[in-house]
Design a protein around this ligand. Structure first.
Ligand code: NAD
Ligand code: LMR
Length: 422
């Protein structure tokens, strides 16, 4: 709705609320491997996402318990648990987004490629089912080794005649999440600062409860996001992970030694967690967060939101390699997601800032700034990938890293293709 129509609107708050919820389309998300270390917190985060109307949780076992547990949360989506291969088709039917964290994780001393023998077969079977039951879905591949599992998925979809490179994504968001965190720490900048801007008719806010109501019923709400940004390209294993700190924002005056250390820490981020967990698996919580961020971006894109840009391991012509993690544009429009706003206003500091502005000015089109401490990316496309962005200008150090990663990435891609076709 335009701002103009809002000023002349005399509809009741209740009517406005109805209007807002009708604007959000139904979306089904399926999580395969939902009872695992990543799957469970990811199921929770997807249950909190107001863009999801139906959440299908599939695993070879233990999903009824996870689904019953998550289903008690009073958010929008209906939750269904599916257990065992016989129920896989039902879990996938009608899915808009399928997230795959199924498979074994690393133990100390292992490489991601050491997981190939088990995970390649798991991913192959799941992708065959996707081709059959929801060929249009956007597939978010988390299972390692991503550098090989994504090419496996592509080959399986090609064989089934359903392959659309715009709909297949290797989830490399955790590399971006890590690069942002480590960079922010070194550059001494806040990792994320989000300003919430609300356009509304005049009102008076005297309490947190009223503020909550006001935001919920206000006419137009959107975010200005200012956060640390670091593109990470290449693949998802060791030196194939190439963070582009020369393009990081906000700019910081870091020495070459600091950039080298940041690059190495980002590349070894997974190993850092594997070693700290000492045999009890790899990153699960940060991965669930990263997976939820990426799935949210996919949903926004499908819904026609604007400026959705994420890094992902996708088919591209950016380098001579067939798959490469690049920045991908997923969408383009302004979004106002009131439910999400409501979930984020519990921070007392935010309320204090808000109250400060609230008592100062409250006229037509009052602008209220709330600083929220959440990292969130924005931008998405109705068919998945709208555009794969180029690498941008690279430093000499990054150019060198790019050349070094190519042979390893090429061989992991070929390994996946060979496996799928044997
Ligand atoms: P986990 O062992 O805790 O959970 C894996 C789950 O997959 C289990 O519940 C298991 O029952 C299930 N599973 C196994 N075979 C299945 C099948 N055929 N169908 C459905 N489900 C099946 O492992 P985790 O810690 O959740 O990690 C899962 C995968 O994600 C690993 O391969 C790990 O390396 C990878 N991972 C990737 C990233 C990334 O950045 N892309 C980050 C962290 C972990
Ligand atoms: C990660 O980056 O944390 C994952 O790929 C898991 C792993 O094995 O490191």
């Amino acid at each position: 709705r335009s701002i103009k129509s809002l000023t002349t609107s005399s509809s009741s708050h209740i009517l406005r609320r109805g209007y807002a919820s009708e604007a959000v389309p139904d979306r089904k998300v399926a999580v395969l491997g939902a009872a695992g270390g990543i799957g469970q917190p990811l199921a929770l985060l997807m249950k909190l996402n107001p863009l999801v109307s139906s959440l299908a949780l599939y695993d070879i076992a233990n999903t009824p318990g996870v689904a019953a547990d998550v289903s008690h949360i009073n958010t929008r989506s209906e939750v269904y648990g599916y257990s065992g291969e016989a129920e896989l088709g039902k879990a996938l039917e009608g899915a808009d987004v399928v997230i795959i964290p199924a498979g074994v994780p690393r133990k100390p001393g292992m490489t991601r490629d050491d997981l190939f023998n088990i995970n390649a077969g798991i991913v192959k079977g799941l992708c065959e089912a996707i081709a059959k039951h929801c060929p249009q879905a956007l597939v978010n591949m988390i299972s390692n080794p991503v550098n090989s599992t994504v090419p496996i998925a592509a080959e399986i979809f090609k064989k089934a005649g359903t392959y659309d490179p715009k709909r297949l994504f290797g989830v490399t968001t955790l590399d971006v999440v890590r690069a942002k965190t480590f960079y922010a720490g070194k550059a001494k900048v806040p990792v994320a600062e989000r300003r919430l801007i609300i356009f509304c008719n005049s009102s008076l806010i005297l309490s947190k409860g009223m503020l909550d109501m006001w935001i919920y019923y206000s006419d137009l709400v959107f975010f200005l996001v200012s956060e640390v940004n670091v593109p990470v390209v290449g693949g998802h294993a060791g030196i194939t992970i190439l963070p582009l700190f020369s393009q990081a924002t906000p700019k910081a005056n870091l020495s070459d030694a600091e950039i080298t250390a940041l690059t190495k820490r980002t590349q070894d981020g997974g190993t850092e967690v594997v070693e700290a967990k000492a045999g009890k698996g790899s990153a699960t919580l940060s991965m669930a967060y990263a997976g939820a961020v990426f799935a949210d971006a996919c949903l926004k894109g499908l819904n026609g939101a604007s400026d959705v840009v994420e890094c992902s391991f996708v088919q591209s012509t950016i380098t001579e390699l067939p798959f490469f993690a690049s920045k991908v544009i997923l969408a383009t429009l302004f979004e106002h997601n009131k439910l999400f706003v409501r979930l984020n206003i519990s921070d007392d500091k935010s309320i204090a800032v808000h109250m400060h502005f609230a008592v100062e000015v409250l006229y037509f089109y009052t602008i209220v700034n709330i600083v929220l401490f959440l990292c969130l990316q924005v931008r998405l496309g109705k068919n998945g990938v709208e555009e794969v962005l180029g690498l941008g200008p690279l430093s000499d150090y990054e150019k060198e890293g790019l050349e070094k990663l190519k042979p390893e990435l090429q061989s992991s891609i070929e390994k996946g293709i060979k496996f799928a076709n044997q």
